[in-house]
Design a protein around this ligand. Sequence first.
Ligand code: SAH
Length: 252
Amino acid sequence: MSASTHVRFVLVGTQHPGNIGAAARAMKTMGLARLVLVAPEKPLDEVAFRRSAGAEDVLGDAPVYATLAEAVADCRLVLGCTARSRRVQLEELLPELAGQRAVAKAGEEGAEVAFVFGRERTGLTNEELQLCHLAVHIPSDPEFSSLNLAAAVQVMAYEVRMAVLAGQVQAPAETGFGEAPASHAQLEGLFGQLGDTLDQIDFHKGRSPESAMRKLRRLFMKAEMSEQEVRLLRGILADAQRMARLAGEKPN
Ligand code: SAH
């Protein structure tokens, strides 16, 4: 089953090891095993293993990364789960559709998919949400919107399972003209160079660069670009950077 091997659940900066154990259990009940941790506040302890209640294998196998960027570097689709609706300028999906999109993407050749969950107290930072292609919000009561971390994991894992059971794995989507889709790390390389270029051509003119970069990231994340398309754009940026350097050199 593609979903169990190619869909990972990433817990970022978790504060209570017990929640990590409960999340492992929630995943295993839905046939998912790829738990990934990013800089948990405390190491896994006895409470974590107790709360995993039989999902010790999922818990014990979970790799630990220092940053979210590293944990999703090879992913083609990254879904950020957020308790606060519309906080970020990302397209926001209901869990059911997110599960379907994840399973469809995971059915594509070589595609890896991640669901990302934030800290118990503060959720995901804006920088972390910017690494996501889409946001997912469980439509909870706006007056009391925050589920327990493991409960949110359970809802998402359930929707992934429902999508798998419904046999909704789509035929591989066309990416460009049969070209390999760009990885997350390749897109981040493009965004880094784009940011530098906009500075060098004085695009911002004293305005803060964040808003423009957020919109540009969203635009390019939506485009599902191939590796070749990213290379083409980076070539154009390199030329713009060269021209900006030449223009900056004072004539004799
Ligand atoms: N106080 C935090 C909530 C953190 S709950 C905040 O306001 O952001 C821990 C994590 O569980 C969240 O980061 C999110 O990934 C997930 N979560 C909790 N409630 C959710 C909801 N209604 N929809 C989607 N994810 C949710």
